[in-house]
Design a protein around this ligand. Sequence first.
Ligand SMILES: *Cc1c(COP(=O)(O)O)cnc(C)c1O
Length: 391
Amino acid sequence: MENQKTIMITSDLPPDFIPFNRPHLAGPELEYIRQAAASGKLSGNGMFTQRCQQFFEQDYGIPKVLLTTSGTDALEMAALLLNLQPGDEVIVPSYTFTSTANAFVLRGARIVFADSLSDHPNLDVARLEALITPRTRVIVPVHYGGQPCNMVALLSLARQYKLWVVEDAAQAIEARFLNRPLGTFGHLAAFSFHETKNLSAGEGGMLAINDADLATRAEIIWEKGTNRAAFARGESARYEWVDIGSSFLPSELNAAYLWAQVEARTIIQQQRQQLWETYAKALAPLAAAGAFGLLPALPDSQPNWHIFALLCNSQTERDDLLAHLREQHILAVFHYLPLHRSPYYTPRHDGRPLPHADRFGQTLVRLPLYHELQPEQQERIIEAIRTFYEA
Ligand SMILES: *Cc1c(COP(=O)(O)O)cnc(C)c1O
Protein backbone atom coordinates (compact mmCIF):
# COMPACT_ATOMS: atom_id res chain seq x y z
CA MET A 1 0.00 0.00 0.00
CA GLU A 2 2.76 2.45 1.01
CA ASN A 3 4.50 1.74 -2.25
CA GLN A 4 1.44 2.24 -4.31
CA LYS A 5 0.87 5.59 -2.69
CA THR A 6 4.30 6.92 -3.65
CA ILE A 7 3.98 5.64 -7.19
CA MET A 8 0.53 7.13 -7.80
CA ILE A 9 1.83 10.57 -6.98
CA THR A 10 -0.69 12.43 -9.15
CA SER A 11 -3.57 11.11 -7.07
CA ASP A 12 -2.04 12.91 -4.08
CA LEU A 13 -2.48 16.28 -5.77
CA PRO A 14 -5.29 18.44 -4.42
CA PRO A 15 -8.44 18.20 -6.57
CA ASP A 16 -8.21 21.87 -7.52
CA PHE A 17 -4.53 21.62 -8.58
CA ILE A 18 -3.73 23.45 -11.83
CA PRO A 19 -0.74 21.82 -13.55
CA PHE A 20 1.72 23.77 -15.67
CA ASN A 21 0.90 21.69 -18.73
CA ARG A 22 -1.48 18.92 -19.69
CA PRO A 23 -1.18 16.90 -22.89
CA HIS A 24 -4.05 17.62 -25.27
CA LEU A 25 -5.96 14.94 -27.16
CA ALA A 26 -7.37 16.51 -30.31
CA GLY A 27 -9.59 13.46 -30.92
CA PRO A 28 -8.44 10.95 -33.54
CA GLU A 29 -4.97 10.23 -32.01
CA LEU A 30 -5.87 6.78 -30.66
CA GLU A 31 -7.79 5.81 -33.79
CA TYR A 32 -4.77 6.75 -35.94
CA ILE A 33 -2.49 4.71 -33.67
CA ARG A 34 -4.90 1.78 -34.13
CA GLN A 35 -4.71 2.27 -37.90
CA ALA A 36 -0.91 2.33 -37.77
CA ALA A 37 -0.90 -0.92 -35.80
CA ALA A 38 -3.39 -2.51 -38.20
CA SER A 39 -1.33 -1.44 -41.23
CA GLY A 40 1.42 -3.87 -40.30
CA LYS A 41 4.14 -1.20 -40.32
CA LEU A 42 5.15 0.42 -37.06
CA SER A 43 8.78 1.35 -37.73
CA GLY A 44 9.64 4.76 -39.14
CA ASN A 45 8.96 6.39 -42.51
CA GLY A 46 5.51 4.82 -42.92
CA MET A 47 2.23 6.38 -43.99
CA PHE A 48 1.72 8.72 -41.03
CA THR A 49 5.34 9.90 -41.07
CA GLN A 50 5.03 10.71 -44.76
CA ARG A 51 1.70 12.47 -44.28
CA CYS A 52 3.19 14.73 -41.61
CA GLN A 53 6.30 15.44 -43.68
CA GLN A 54 4.38 16.16 -46.86
CA PHE A 55 2.00 18.44 -45.02
CA PHE A 56 4.81 20.68 -43.74
CA GLU A 57 6.69 20.54 -47.04
CA GLN A 58 3.63 21.79 -48.90
CA ASP A 59 2.09 24.11 -46.31
CA TYR A 60 5.36 25.79 -45.28
CA GLY A 61 7.11 25.50 -48.66
CA ILE A 62 10.07 23.47 -47.32
CA PRO A 63 12.05 21.40 -49.88
CA LYS A 64 12.48 18.46 -47.48
CA VAL A 65 11.11 17.66 -44.03
CA LEU A 66 12.14 14.69 -41.87
CA LEU A 67 10.33 13.75 -38.67
CA THR A 68 12.67 12.96 -35.78
CA THR A 69 12.27 11.43 -32.34
CA SER A 70 12.80 14.87 -30.74
CA GLY A 71 13.76 18.47 -31.38
CA THR A 72 17.09 17.57 -29.81
CA ASP A 73 17.60 14.90 -32.48
CA ALA A 74 16.78 17.39 -35.23
CA LEU A 75 19.51 19.70 -33.85
CA GLU A 76 21.95 16.78 -33.65
CA MET A 77 21.18 15.88 -37.27
CA ALA A 78 21.90 19.50 -38.24
CA ALA A 79 25.30 19.36 -36.54
CA LEU A 80 26.13 16.09 -38.35
CA LEU A 81 24.93 17.43 -41.70
CA LEU A 82 27.07 20.55 -41.45
CA ASN A 83 30.20 18.45 -40.69
CA LEU A 84 30.98 20.37 -37.53
CA GLN A 85 34.56 19.69 -36.40
CA PRO A 86 36.35 20.09 -33.08
CA GLY A 87 37.32 23.74 -32.68
CA ASP A 88 34.55 25.10 -34.89
CA GLU A 89 32.62 27.90 -33.23
CA VAL A 90 28.84 28.04 -33.00
CA ILE A 91 26.96 31.12 -31.82
CA VAL A 92 24.02 30.24 -29.56
CA PRO A 93 21.98 32.35 -27.14
CA SER A 94 22.81 31.55 -23.51
CA TYR A 95 19.17 31.82 -22.51
CA THR A 96 17.88 28.61 -24.11
CA PHE A 97 17.40 24.90 -23.58
CA THR A 98 20.50 22.71 -23.26
CA SER A 99 20.01 20.93 -26.59
CA THR A 100 20.50 24.13 -28.63
CA ALA A 101 24.16 24.06 -27.59
CA ASN A 102 24.66 20.40 -26.69
CA ALA A 103 23.92 19.17 -30.22
CA PHE A 104 27.01 21.05 -31.43
CA VAL A 105 29.14 20.30 -28.36
CA LEU A 106 28.68 16.60 -29.21
CA ARG A 107 30.66 17.26 -32.40
CA GLY A 108 33.44 19.02 -30.47
CA ALA A 109 32.34 22.55 -31.36
CA ARG A 110 33.02 25.49 -29.07
CA ILE A 111 29.94 27.47 -28.07
CA VAL A 112 30.12 31.26 -28.19
CA PHE A 113 27.16 32.53 -26.20
CA ALA A 114 25.16 35.52 -27.38
CA ASP A 115 23.27 37.72 -24.94
CA SER A 116 19.53 38.31 -25.21
CA LEU A 117 17.81 41.53 -26.22
CA SER A 118 17.26 43.83 -23.25
CA ASP A 119 13.48 43.31 -23.29
CA HIS A 120 13.14 39.81 -24.83
CA PRO A 121 14.98 36.48 -24.49
CA ASN A 122 15.81 36.27 -28.24
CA LEU A 123 19.44 36.89 -29.10
CA ASP A 124 20.41 40.44 -29.99
CA VAL A 125 21.11 40.36 -33.73
CA ALA A 126 22.59 43.87 -33.64
CA ARG A 127 25.39 42.56 -31.40
CA LEU A 128 26.09 39.32 -33.29
CA GLU A 129 28.81 40.57 -35.61
CA ALA A 130 31.21 41.18 -32.71
CA LEU A 131 31.02 37.45 -31.87
CA ILE A 132 32.10 36.24 -35.32
CA THR A 133 35.68 34.99 -35.70
CA PRO A 134 37.46 33.13 -38.53
CA ARG A 135 36.43 29.86 -36.77
CA THR A 136 32.71 30.65 -36.66
CA ARG A 137 30.67 28.16 -38.71
CA VAL A 138 27.06 28.37 -37.53
CA ILE A 139 24.58 30.78 -35.96
CA VAL A 140 21.68 29.19 -34.08
CA PRO A 141 18.86 31.68 -33.44
CA VAL A 142 16.17 30.51 -31.01
CA HIS A 143 12.68 31.94 -31.59
CA TYR A 144 11.69 32.17 -27.94
CA GLY A 145 8.01 31.55 -27.34
CA GLY A 146 7.44 31.60 -31.10
CA GLN A 147 8.55 35.27 -31.34
CA PRO A 148 10.90 35.75 -34.29
CA CYS A 149 14.53 36.75 -34.27
CA ASN A 150 15.15 39.34 -36.96
CA MET A 151 15.95 36.85 -39.72
CA VAL A 152 16.49 39.53 -42.40
CA ALA A 153 19.39 41.07 -40.50
CA LEU A 154 20.67 37.68 -39.32
CA LEU A 155 20.68 36.11 -42.80
CA SER A 156 22.42 39.09 -44.31
CA LEU A 157 25.19 38.77 -41.71
CA ALA A 158 25.41 35.02 -42.33
CA ARG A 159 25.75 35.60 -46.09
CA GLN A 160 28.43 38.22 -45.57
CA TYR A 161 30.54 35.87 -43.41
CA LYS A 162 29.52 32.64 -45.23
CA LEU A 163 28.00 31.03 -42.13
CA TRP A 164 25.37 28.35 -41.79
CA VAL A 165 22.11 29.25 -40.05
CA VAL A 166 20.23 26.59 -38.05
CA GLU A 167 17.00 27.94 -36.60
CA ASP A 168 16.01 26.45 -33.26
CA ALA A 169 12.30 26.64 -34.06
CA ALA A 170 11.43 24.15 -31.28
CA GLN A 171 8.90 26.63 -29.85
CA ALA A 172 7.92 28.19 -33.16
CA ILE A 173 5.56 25.83 -34.96
CA GLU A 174 2.88 27.85 -36.78
CA ALA A 175 4.59 31.19 -35.97
CA ARG A 176 5.54 33.58 -38.72
CA PHE A 177 7.95 36.41 -39.46
CA LEU A 178 7.06 38.76 -42.33
CA ASN A 179 4.23 36.33 -43.11
CA ARG A 180 6.59 33.42 -43.67
CA PRO A 181 6.72 30.43 -41.31
CA LEU A 182 9.60 30.45 -38.84
CA GLY A 183 11.85 27.52 -39.59
CA THR A 184 11.93 28.33 -43.32
CA PHE A 185 14.65 31.02 -43.13
CA GLY A 186 17.81 29.17 -42.11
CA HIS A 187 19.62 26.46 -44.10
CA LEU A 188 18.15 24.07 -41.54
CA ALA A 189 15.59 24.34 -38.76
CA ALA A 190 14.66 22.13 -35.81
CA PHE A 191 11.08 21.88 -34.51
CA SER A 192 9.89 20.05 -31.40
CA PHE A 193 6.72 18.07 -30.72
CA HIS A 194 7.51 17.53 -27.03
CA GLU A 195 4.53 17.27 -24.72
CA THR A 196 4.87 20.94 -23.72
CA LYS A 197 4.89 22.33 -27.28
CA ASN A 198 1.82 23.56 -29.20
CA LEU A 199 1.60 20.41 -31.35
CA SER A 200 2.79 17.25 -29.65
CA ALA A 201 3.63 13.60 -30.13
CA GLY A 202 4.73 13.12 -26.53
CA GLU A 203 8.33 13.22 -27.68
CA GLY A 204 8.99 14.18 -31.28
CA GLY A 205 10.60 16.63 -33.62
CA MET A 206 11.23 17.60 -37.20
CA LEU A 207 14.16 18.79 -39.25
CA ALA A 208 13.36 21.30 -42.00
CA ILE A 209 15.94 21.15 -44.78
CA ASN A 210 15.57 24.48 -46.54
CA ASP A 211 18.85 24.17 -48.42
CA ALA A 212 17.88 21.49 -50.95
CA ASP A 213 21.55 20.56 -51.46
CA LEU A 214 21.53 19.02 -47.98
CA ALA A 215 18.42 16.88 -48.54
CA THR A 216 19.94 13.65 -49.90
CA ARG A 217 22.53 13.37 -47.16
CA ALA A 218 19.98 14.32 -44.49
CA GLU A 219 17.88 11.30 -45.41
CA ILE A 220 20.95 9.02 -45.16
CA ILE A 221 21.97 10.37 -41.73
CA TRP A 222 18.33 9.92 -40.63
CA GLU A 223 18.36 6.23 -41.69
CA LYS A 224 21.48 5.07 -39.78
CA GLY A 225 23.86 6.03 -42.58
CA THR A 226 22.08 3.86 -45.14
CA ASN A 227 20.37 4.66 -48.42
CA ARG A 228 17.21 2.87 -47.25
CA ALA A 229 14.81 5.73 -48.07
CA ALA A 230 16.12 6.07 -51.63
CA PHE A 231 16.13 2.28 -52.01
CA ALA A 232 12.47 2.11 -50.87
CA ARG A 233 11.59 4.59 -53.64
CA GLY A 234 13.41 2.41 -56.18
CA GLU A 235 16.16 5.00 -56.69
CA SER A 236 19.03 2.73 -55.58
CA ALA A 237 19.74 -0.81 -56.70
CA ARG A 238 21.05 -1.90 -53.29
CA TYR A 239 20.32 -1.05 -49.67
CA GLU A 240 23.68 -0.38 -48.06
CA TRP A 241 25.78 1.67 -45.66
CA VAL A 242 26.88 4.86 -47.44
CA ASP A 243 27.73 7.49 -44.79
CA ILE A 244 27.65 8.19 -41.06
CA GLY A 245 24.25 8.43 -39.41
CA SER A 246 22.10 7.32 -36.54
CA SER A 247 18.51 6.31 -35.77
CA PHE A 248 16.58 9.56 -35.92
CA LEU A 249 13.19 8.30 -37.20
CA PRO A 250 10.19 8.18 -34.90
CA SER A 251 7.96 5.13 -34.82
CA GLU A 252 4.69 5.26 -36.75
CA LEU A 253 2.90 5.24 -33.37
CA ASN A 254 4.30 8.70 -32.66
CA ALA A 255 3.70 9.93 -36.19
CA ALA A 256 0.06 8.74 -36.02
CA TYR A 257 -0.48 10.72 -32.81
CA LEU A 258 1.21 13.75 -34.34
CA TRP A 259 -0.92 13.61 -37.50
CA ALA A 260 -4.08 14.07 -35.41
CA GLN A 261 -2.51 17.16 -33.85
CA VAL A 262 -1.43 18.53 -37.23
CA GLU A 263 -4.98 18.14 -38.54
CA ALA A 264 -6.33 19.96 -35.47
CA ARG A 265 -3.73 22.74 -35.56
CA THR A 266 -6.20 25.56 -36.32
CA ILE A 267 -8.40 24.79 -33.32
CA ILE A 268 -5.38 24.19 -31.10
CA GLN A 269 -3.92 27.55 -32.08
CA GLN A 270 -7.22 29.41 -31.67
CA GLN A 271 -7.61 28.06 -28.16
CA ARG A 272 -4.04 29.05 -27.22
CA GLN A 273 -4.57 32.52 -28.64
CA GLN A 274 -7.73 32.98 -26.62
CA LEU A 275 -6.08 31.85 -23.38
CA TRP A 276 -3.03 34.00 -24.11
CA GLU A 277 -5.14 37.09 -24.80
CA THR A 278 -7.17 36.54 -21.65
CA TYR A 279 -3.94 36.65 -19.60
CA ALA A 280 -2.67 39.69 -21.52
CA LYS A 281 -5.88 41.67 -21.04
CA ALA A 282 -6.31 40.80 -17.36
CA LEU A 283 -2.69 41.43 -16.41
CA ALA A 284 -2.07 44.59 -18.48
CA PRO A 285 -3.22 47.01 -15.74
CA LEU A 286 -0.83 45.52 -13.17
CA ALA A 287 2.00 45.55 -15.72
CA ALA A 288 1.23 49.18 -16.59
CA ALA A 289 1.41 50.01 -12.89
CA GLY A 290 4.93 48.52 -12.80
CA ALA A 291 4.14 45.39 -10.75
CA PHE A 292 5.93 43.19 -13.31
CA GLY A 293 7.00 43.27 -16.95
CA LEU A 294 5.54 41.50 -19.96
CA LEU A 295 7.38 40.39 -23.09
CA PRO A 296 6.82 42.69 -26.07
CA ALA A 297 5.53 41.47 -29.42
CA LEU A 298 8.57 41.65 -31.70
CA PRO A 299 8.45 43.44 -35.09
CA ASP A 300 6.86 41.71 -38.10
CA SER A 301 5.72 38.77 -36.01
CA GLN A 302 2.65 36.57 -36.29
CA PRO A 303 3.11 34.66 -33.04
CA ASN A 304 1.95 31.17 -32.07
CA TRP A 305 0.96 31.92 -28.46
CA HIS A 306 3.42 29.34 -27.17
CA ILE A 307 4.41 31.00 -23.87
CA PHE A 308 2.83 33.53 -21.57
CA ALA A 309 5.51 34.97 -19.30
CA LEU A 310 5.80 37.58 -16.56
CA LEU A 311 9.06 39.33 -15.69
CA CYS A 312 9.41 39.88 -11.97
CA ASN A 313 11.50 42.70 -10.52
CA SER A 314 13.97 40.38 -8.79
CA GLN A 315 14.77 36.74 -8.26
CA THR A 316 13.43 36.87 -4.70
CA GLU A 317 10.15 38.28 -5.94
CA ARG A 318 10.01 35.57 -8.62
CA ASP A 319 10.58 32.81 -6.08
CA ASP A 320 7.99 34.33 -3.71
CA LEU A 321 5.44 34.55 -6.54
CA LEU A 322 5.99 30.90 -7.52
CA ALA A 323 5.62 29.85 -3.85
CA HIS A 324 2.45 31.95 -3.51
CA LEU A 325 0.95 30.29 -6.60
CA ARG A 326 1.99 26.88 -5.28
CA GLU A 327 0.08 27.60 -2.06
CA GLN A 328 -2.97 28.25 -4.21
CA HIS A 329 -2.37 24.88 -5.93
CA ILE A 330 -1.13 26.48 -9.14
CA LEU A 331 2.07 25.26 -10.79
CA ALA A 332 3.87 28.06 -12.63
CA VAL A 333 7.52 27.53 -13.54
CA PHE A 334 10.70 29.39 -14.33
CA HIS A 335 13.38 28.55 -16.91
CA TYR A 336 16.20 28.68 -18.18
CA LEU A 337 19.34 28.72 -16.07
CA PRO A 338 21.52 30.52 -18.66
CA LEU A 339 23.87 28.00 -20.24
CA HIS A 340 27.01 30.11 -19.61
CA ARG A 341 26.22 29.63 -15.89
CA SER A 342 25.71 25.86 -16.13
CA PRO A 343 27.98 23.43 -14.27
CA TYR A 344 28.99 21.94 -17.62
CA TYR A 345 29.73 25.09 -19.60
CA THR A 346 30.90 27.69 -17.04
CA PRO A 347 34.52 26.43 -17.13
CA ARG A 348 34.40 26.51 -20.94
CA HIS A 349 32.73 29.92 -21.31
CA ASP A 350 34.97 32.81 -22.41
CA GLY A 351 33.88 34.85 -19.39
CA ARG A 352 31.93 37.63 -21.13
CA PRO A 353 29.09 38.86 -18.92
CA LEU A 354 25.64 38.26 -20.41
CA PRO A 355 23.46 40.44 -18.19
CA HIS A 356 20.21 40.11 -20.12
CA ALA A 357 20.35 36.31 -20.22
CA ASP A 358 21.08 36.40 -16.48
CA ARG A 359 18.09 38.64 -15.82
CA PHE A 360 15.62 36.44 -17.75
CA GLY A 361 17.02 33.42 -15.89
CA GLN A 362 16.36 35.15 -12.57
CA THR A 363 13.01 36.82 -13.14
CA LEU A 364 10.93 35.08 -15.83
CA VAL A 365 7.80 33.14 -14.85
CA ARG A 366 5.77 30.98 -17.25
CA LEU A 367 2.07 30.68 -16.49
CA PRO A 368 0.03 27.51 -17.21
CA LEU A 369 -1.11 27.59 -20.85
CA TYR A 370 -2.70 24.47 -22.30
CA HIS A 371 -5.77 23.55 -24.30
CA GLU A 372 -7.93 22.24 -21.44
CA LEU A 373 -7.25 25.16 -19.07
CA GLN A 374 -10.77 26.16 -18.03
CA PRO A 375 -11.95 29.81 -17.80
CA GLU A 376 -12.51 29.49 -14.03
CA GLN A 377 -9.02 28.02 -13.59
CA GLN A 378 -7.48 30.85 -15.56
CA GLU A 379 -9.46 33.35 -13.47
CA ARG A 380 -8.04 31.70 -10.32
CA ILE A 381 -4.49 32.09 -11.66
CA ILE A 382 -5.04 35.74 -12.52
CA GLU A 383 -6.65 36.41 -9.14
CA ALA A 384 -3.75 34.74 -7.34
CA ILE A 385 -1.29 37.01 -9.17
CA ARG A 386 -3.39 40.07 -8.26
CA THR A 387 -3.52 39.15 -4.58
CA PHE A 388 0.28 38.63 -4.57
CA TYR A 389 0.96 42.08 -5.98
CA GLU A 390 -1.85 43.96 -4.28
CA ALA A 391 -1.14 42.54 -0.82
C1 LIG B 1 11.80 22.02 -26.46
C2 LIG B 1 13.05 22.68 -26.93
C3 LIG B 1 14.12 21.95 -27.48
C4 LIG B 1 14.20 20.45 -27.45
O1 LIG B 1 13.15 19.80 -28.02
P1 LIG B 1 12.87 18.26 -27.58
O2 LIG B 1 11.84 17.83 -28.55
O3 LIG B 1 12.38 18.32 -26.17
O4 LIG B 1 14.15 17.51 -27.71
C5 LIG B 1 15.19 22.64 -28.01
N1 LIG B 1 15.24 23.98 -27.99
C6 LIG B 1 14.25 24.72 -27.44
C7 LIG B 1 14.35 26.21 -27.48
C8 LIG B 1 13.13 24.09 -26.88
O5 LIG B 1 12.17 24.84 -26.32
